[in-house]
Write a protein that binds this ligand. Structure first.
Ligand code: HSE
Length: 430
């Protein structure tokens, strides 16, 4: 057996604690699989005195996590601090510059600085691994980068945020309103410290930006991900989706074609019978399409101590085995700048929901507005709203363009009978 691999754990939240537990409890199994022992050399977190339910006394305590990049006998720094910049990014850059490998669960940092970090890792001949940053316990980075490496991949899409999937699931199964389910996930502690990351689709967009690079060899390009969250979804939309044969999910979707990259995160209505439509609660699911594999489907827990720590330790084992290849599975200098595809170029079907006064001619006004914009109706339903004298009109369109749909919505919103901005959800044929 070779010498032990020494690791430093920066950040002792749920995931950090999980990493310590796995390394302790599966010590022998990991040693056999990795070919060498993996030893914790040092740990660091904001509070030294906090009770985390584990004994940290065998490990050297480092007050300032940034110093971990300078500890001589550390081979790998595990960055579990979080945040796209600040101490996490400083520590990560210094770790790689000091010729130590970096394992991170930091999706925001990799989404924003993936290309820079990959370059640093390569120039210093060390590894950068981030399996835990995307979909927790699903080994999607390795699946794409290694298992599917023979394919030209055409698209990757999926449920990349467990919290919002839990919310949408329970709005449907228990008939809860958006505010009721938001209170529940707040109480359960499912939301990120900044809830906007979950609710506004940003967390899913971080993961999508990373997946694009792994799948297509493009530079991580978070700023060009089109992002919409789930705040606009109401119980009525969940019911209408069901009646139209759909289910609402928050999906991340990335597609690379002839040098152009389309990256989108937004709520979608999809066929209720698709396998991904039945992925419920906090689970994540991913679909990867490629020319020789056709379609592959992955499902698992996308968050939590166990699944995320499992992904971190798998990366450590990988490095212990000597796998220090390129972070995005091709030389960092060959990652390409793709041309972003604007959401305005989308063609497809749409669901729209209108709140209007229940009076003579309202349907005629709405259908005339759609006609004027060249948008054709596939299905239409009318339901009384909570307030008397008002009505919800739900429409599923035939295929049209994003710009025609926006034009139709503007016309509808200008009608005197329409009482609030009309909302829309894209219908995806997957
Ligand atoms: N907030 C994230 C989620 C955590 O709900 O999926 C895992 O990245």
């Amino acid at each position: 057996m070779s010498t032990p691999l020494k690791v430093a754990v920066a950040g002792l939240g749920n995931v950090g604690v999980g990493v310590v537990k796995i390394l302790e409890q599966h010590k022998e199994l990991i040693k056999e699989r990795a070919g060498r022992e993996i030893q914790i050399a040092a740990v660091s977190a904001r509070s030294k005195t906090q009770d985390r339910g584990i004994d940290l006394s065998p490990y050297a305590w480092v007050d300032n996590a940034a110093d971990m990049a300078d500890i001589d006998d550390v081979d790998i720094v595990i960055e579990l601090i979080g945040g796209e910049d600040g101490i996490a990014y400083t520590l990560s850059q210094n770790t790689l510059k000091n010729v130590k490998s970096l394992v991170t669960a930091n999706k925001a940092m990799v989404a924003h600085h993936g290309a820079v970090l990959a370059d640093l890792a390569q120039n210093n001949g060390v590894a950068l691994r981030y399996e835990a940053a995307v979909a927790g316990g699903i080994p999607i980075i390795k699946a794409i980068g290694e298992g599917l490496a023979a394919n030209e991949l055409t698209q990757v899409y999926g449920i990349m945020n467990g919290t919002t999937n839990y919310m949408l699931t329970h709005m449907e199964s228990r008939g809860l309103s958006y505010d009721e389910i938001l209170d529940e996930v707040t109480e359960l502690g499912y939301l990120e410290a900044d809830p906007a990351l979950d609710l506004d689709g940003i967390d899913a967009a971080h993961k999508l930006a990373i997946l694009s690079s792994v799948a297509f060899g493009t530079k991580t390009d978070f700023k060009n991900v089109y992002i919409e969250g789930i705040r606009k979804i109401a119980g009525i939309d969940i019911d209408n989706a069901k009646e139209f044969g759909f289910r609402i999910k928050l999906l991340g979707m990335t597609k690379y074609e002839n040098g152009t990259l389309s990256q989108r995160v937004h709520p979608v209505m999809i066929d209720r019978n698709l396998p991904i439509a039945s992925v419920m609660d906090g689970f994540n699911a991913l679909v990867v399409d490629g020319d020789y594999i056709d379609r592959t489907f992955y499902q698992g827990r996308g968050a939590g101590e166990g699944p995320t720590a499992s992904a971190v330790v798998a990366d450590l084992i990988d490095i212990a085995r000597g796998h220090t290849g390129a972070a995005f599975y091709k030389p960092a200098s060959t990652l390409v700048d793709a041309e972003p595809v604007s959401i305005n170029q989308r063609k497809g079907e749409y669901y729209i929901r209108i709140l209007a006064n229940d009076e003579t001619g309202v349907m005629a006004d709405i259908t005339s507005a759609l006609k004027a914009s060249g948008v054709s109706i596939d299905q239409m339903k009318q339901k009384p709203a909570e307030v008397q004298g008002k009505v919800y009109v739900a429409i599923a369109t035939h295929e049209t363009t994003e710009t025609a749909l926006r034009d139709a919505i503007n016309r509808i919103n200008e009608l005197s009978v329409v009482l609030e901005p009309t909302m829309s959800i894209r219908i995806e044929k997957l």
